[in-house]
Design a protein around this ligand. Structure first.
Ligand SMILES: C[S@@+](CC[C@H](N)C(=O)[O-])C[C@H]1O[C@@H](n2cnc3c(N)ncnc32)[C@H](O)[C@@H]1O
Length: 215
């Protein structure tokens, strides 16, 4: 049995993830955008944001999605890593986006009232955070009933050989900031949502875009 409680392990994991992304902040766009850009763009367009709607992006990173949002939307982006947020702040300034608010915050403990947002987007973050179920509960809490939640992420494959490979590679992938073996059910079975659609996106369809409606 482990000497550490689940909460202590989650705190250690969270600090490690924060360190990894802080270290990657300056190279993140060059390293990852070619693979993750198409799914992110589809995710923003799937939200079909109406003028004046309030949008939360969980794990906003360097703010690559800011390029995609309509001008009139009121965007709040949160991330645990200040260096990632610094890149996002620079991008928001370069784009002249003054309706964007960027805050350092843990997705497991969102500092917003219930039902604050019309739409919540979580691109490539749910397999990065410790306690993804807790993050799903927080997303449900802050999104108003009838709003829109869009998650885009890689999940454990249904193909036997690939899933075996993903499971054995996860200890390594965690050191570069994400788990390869997160089951899709972590998202699709989260309480308080109706699933609208699940689509394959990005290279070889290895990522999923899940649209959900809080009930
Ligand atoms: C793979 S990056 C995705 C960034 C961005 N969403 C994108 O599409 O490029 C994961 C992001 O999640 C952030 N993150 C990790 N754990 C977090 C947490 N507990 N709360 C908020 N953000 C977190 C990381 O700092 C990093 O910026």
């Amino acid at each position: 049995m482990s000497r550490y409680s689940a909460a202590e392990r989650a705190a250690v994991d969270s600090r490690r993830v924060e360190r990894v992304y802080s270290a990657l902040s300056r190279v993140y766009d060059r390293g990852f955008d070619w693979a993750l850009g198409p799914g992110r763009r589809q995710a923003v367009s799937r939200m079909a944001i109406a003028p004046g709607q309030r949008v939360l992006e969980v794990g906003v990173g360097t703010g690559l999605s800011l390029l995609e949002y309509p001008e009139q939307a009121r965007i709040t982006g949160i991330d645990i890593s200040e260096p990632m947020l610094d890149q996002a702040r620079q991008r928001a300034a370069d784009l002249g986006r003054n309706r964007v608010e960027l805050q350092q915050m843990d997705a497991r403990d969102l500092a917003f009232d219930d039902d604050t947002f019309d739409c919540v987007l979580a691109p490539y973050v749910i397999s990065v955070v410790p306690e993804p179920e807790r993050v799903m509960r927080e997303i449900r809490r802050v999104c108003r009933p009838g709003g829109k939640v869009v998650i885009v992420n890689h999940f454990l494959s249904e193909a036997r050989v690939l899933s075996l490979l993903e499971r054995v590679s996860t200890p390594l992938s965690q050191w570069i900031g994400f788990k390869l073996d997160l089951p899709l059910s972590t998202v699709t079975e989260a309480a308080g949502f109706e699933i609208v659609s699940i689509d394959r996106v990005n290279l070889l369809g290895l990522w999923r875009l899940i649209e959900m409606r809080p009930t």
